[in-house]
Design a protein around this ligand. Structure first.
Ligand code: OSB
Ligand code: MG
Length: 368
């Protein structure tokens, strides 16, 4: 395959409800849609789901745009490839910048699986026809506000509720949700906001019957995370710590966590995400698919990835309606009773709503 045109579009969508994590709050999100067109006319779409600011990882929408334009698009336009993994290898010459690379890798997988006449999930090695969905709920001004966010999601049948926590917003809100919903699977995500000095808080969280504690310490704190895991009964789940396969190897050797959140964006695409899945399965580590509030393109890729056999915990693949009143695809991803159907059409299984994408695009670039 040879790509003859790369198109980039910055698209901004308003969030239906403000989302706050330990690091920042957001009301709308701007992602970059990547369109690859091959010399034979085949087209593939991908999504660069980077946050605007460098608070989750070092990347921003602006760094993704410049890396995509100046480094990734030129590599894609100069590479002949038979399989998306070939292109991923060429893109991996660029260090870091996983979100930016992920958009191109995803587009290559969309294009390639459509050409092979298989759904993306099948092409990746997926075995499920539907996947279990959980929701991620942000930090709220009050506990009542949080309970008001939890109630409709439990009613909608989501299989697991994840609560964002931060120092000052942890044991109390989690205990309140736990007592309102004693049997709902619950987990917390700190986005790296704690340090080993907070061990007493971790111990209290450990007593609340949580499925896992996601990324309690900072991304590079693999040794401290291992110490913590050895002191807790609740599994530690790694998110920000695992940007590369080598990080996973280190974490497994140290025992820094017992569960892995695999994000297509954070790992640099579907190719490394599948590899991380394979390594985790080999080591008996359960995985689930994390999200970055993806629009319909990235969301469809997350659902396809979640169909792989090692994704045994509910993934952050809520229906698109949890975040957006209108999505960039003609058909949104929907959750019914906490289950999301894996698309069966060839390729990505969701088509962009082009007029809507064009009308919401804030910047556009065609190369060469
Ligand atoms: O840590 O999982 C996270 C969103 C932005 C940045 C980091 C995270 C998240 C989420 C959202 O939790 C999950 C979703 O997309 O539904
Ligand atoms: Mg997380």
């Amino acid at each position: 395959t040879r790509i003859s045109t790369v198109e980039l579009r910055r698209v901004r969508l308003p969030l239906v409800h403000e989302f706050q994590t330990s690091s920042h709050a957001k009301r709308s999100l701007e992602h970059i849609l990547v369109t690859l067109t091959a010399t034979d006319g085949a087209v593939g779409w991908g999504e660069i789901a980077s946050p605007s600011g460098p608070f989750y990882s070092a990347e921003t929408v602006a760094t993704c745009w410049s890396i995509a334009r100046d480094h990734l698009a030129p590599i894609v336009l100069a590479t002949d490839w038979d399989h998306p993994a070939d292109l991923a290898r060429a893109l991996a010459k660029v260090r870091g910048n996983q979100f930016a690379r992920a958009g191109f890798d995803m587009a290559a997988w969309s294009l390639w699986t459509a050409g092979q006449g298989v759904p993306l999930a099948k092409g990746l090695g997926g075995v499920r026809t539907e996947v279990e969905a959980g929701v991620s709920l942000g930090i709220e001004p009050t506990i009542d506000d949080l309970l008001a966010q939890v109630a409709p999601r439990v009613d909608e049948g989501y299989r697991r509720i994840k609560l964002k926590i931060a120092p000052g917003w942890d044991v109390e809100p989690v205990r309140a949700v736990r007592s309102a919903y004693p049997s709902v699977p619950l987990h917390v995500d700190a986005n790296g906001a704690y340090t080993p000095a907070d061990l007493p808080v971790m111990k209290e969280l450990d007593s609340l019957g949580l499925l896992m504690i996601e990324q309690p310490y900072g991304p590079r704190a693999l040794a401290d995370l291992a110490d913590l895991q050895h002191r807790l009964t609740t599994p530690v789940c790694l998110d920000e710590s695992i940007e590369e396969l080598d990080d996973l190897v280190t974490a497994l050797r140290l025992g820094s966590g017992r569960i892995l959140n695999i994000k297509v964006s954070r790992m640099g695409g579907l190719t490394p995400a599948v590899r991380a899945h394979d390594v985790a399965v080999e080591h008996g580590v359960p995985v689930w698919c994390g999200g970055m509030h993806e629009f319909g393109i990235g969301r469809a890729a997350n659902v396809a990835l979640s169909a792989l056999p090692g994704f045994t915990l509910p993934s952050d693949v809520s229906g698109s309606d949890k975040y957006y009143a209108r999505d960039v695809t003609t058909e949104p991803i929907v959750s019914a009773g906490g289950l999301v159907a894996v698309p069966t059409a060839y390729g990505l299984g969701r088509d962009p709503d082009l007029p809507f994408v064009e009308s919401t695009a804030t910047d556009r670039l065609i190369m060469p």
